[in-house]
Design a protein. Structure first.
Ligand code: KG4
Ligand code: ZN
Length: 376
């Protein structure tokens, strides 16, 4: 049974606690929202689970859920302390309610429900992707509408961010996320986890033209992605190689170049779709934002920056601490919902799959489905 949300008065100013636990980061943050002013981040605590998942070369859902459970209380406590406030000062609590790994999402959401009930303050169930979509404004003024490329271990998508609650998904991966492909490449070559930084480091000494790898969906007249085939091609190339350090470096460099190429091509296509939208003023210079862990890659950033110059977009890459998973972005999204009185009831459910753009999610992608349909 879904209960109607409780009514709370909206104040001119509010202290909001955000909680994030949808993948392998347990995070909590306190922000100060004041009407008409930029958001102020009072604390942002993140506990990564890299050591827990490293032996497996990827995120293991059961291990993630257990680690969230063990860490969440202390992380929330730290966030409140670092913000130099008391629990009773909080005006609202926002938590990721999906999409993500169900065990982790439930852990964070249940903690938020407990705090909301005990303090009698509004609960705001935030879509994790909405947190990423709004995250640029944690560090700079980023006027709507803007184009967002979200590239992480869990997501690869292109979104037109038009305003709060108004998102159009222009493209999405049909199978794996770009970060997953980096992690798999590292795993195949025994480089360790998380794979992205290891592959990037190794690629520096390799020849990016040495191994011929596919560029899935490049040139197609849509902005979707696919990385499963590239991942398999890397495995094949490695198995067929002599497995020396030079061979590994060449594979790493060639793989990184293939990802760069695909992200660039799909983003260029998305820029056209973004501008063609009647809601977007095509004469204005708009922002192109890249967020997610893969955005830490220097080659990828540089190639997207060059693309923006040629396509007349302003390139924005927020500081990494706000573009990888964090709770400040969840608190920020919560603050924006708070401002318009969008509150959830305590009966709100965790949603492992929760598309940000329902219309796009119910349309068949132009080039086939992932095994379980679109993730988000
Ligand atoms: O956003 P994030 O911290 O967590 C989520 O997945 O939501 O992203 C982590 C992903 C991992 O797959 C990691 O390998 C990748 O980002 N990554 C990188 C780099 N640093 C992290 N990929 C490529 N180059 C990097 N330097
Ligand atoms: Zn994320």
């Amino acid at each position: 049974m879904t209960l109607t949300p409780l009514k709370y008065p909206v104040q001119e100013k509010a202290l909001i606690l955000g909680i994030e636990s949808s993948c392998d980061e347990t995070a909590a943050s306190v922000v100060l929202w004041e009407k008409g002013k930029p958001i102020k981040i009072l604390s942002s605590i993140i506990a990564s689970q890299n050591t827990e998942h490293a032996p497996y070369g990827g995120v293991v859902p059961e291990i993630a859920a257990r680690a969230h459970l063990l860490k969440i209380e202390g992380i929330i406590e730290n966030a409140v302390q670092e913000a130099d406030i008391n629990y009773v000062d909080l005006d609202a609590i926002a938590a990721t309610a999906g999409p993500g790994l169900i065990g982790g999402v439930i852990t964070g959401l249940m903690a938020a429900k407990g705090i909301s009930m005990s303090l009698n303050i509004p609960l705001i169930a935030v879509n994790h992707l909405e947190g990423h979509a709004l995250s640029p404004s944690l560090s700079e003024d980023c006027p709507f509408p803007y184009l967002l490329l979200l590239v992480s271990g869990g997501h690869t998508q292109l979104l037109s961010v038009k305003g709060l609650g108004n998102y159009r998904r222009i493209g999405s991966t049909l199978d794996d996320a770009a970060g997953e492909a980096f992690d798999k490449t590292a795993k195949v070559m025994g480089l360790g986890f998380p794979g992205g930084p290891k592959v990037e480091h190794l690629a520096k000494s390799g020849d990016s033209k040495a191994v011929d790898l596919p560029r899935p969906l490049k040139g197609k007249n849509h902005a979707d992605f696919s990385f499963a085939g590239l991942k398999t091609a890397v495995s094949r190339a490695y198995n067929a190689s002599n497995k020396t350090e030079t061979a590994k470096a060449n594979i790493a460099a060639s793989f990184q170049e293939a990802v760069c190429d695909v992200l660039n091509d799909r983003s260029r296509r998305a820029m056209k779709f973004f501008i063609d939208d009647p809601d977007v003023n095509s004469n204005k210079k708009h922002h192109f934002v890249v967020a997610g862990g893969v955005a830490a890659n220097t080659k990828i950033r540089e190639s997207l920056e060059t693309l923006c110059e040629s396509e007349n977009f302003k390139f924005v890459a927020p500081p990494l601490k706000y573009c990888t998973d964090n709770a400040a972005m969840i608190a920020l999204a919560g603050a924006q919902h708070y401002a318009v009185g969008n509150f959830d009831n305590i009966s709100v459910k965790a949603r492992p799959r929760w598309p940000l753009d329902m219309i796009a999610a119910t349309q068949k992608p132009k080039s086939g489905y992932g095994k379980k349909g679109p993730k988000s």
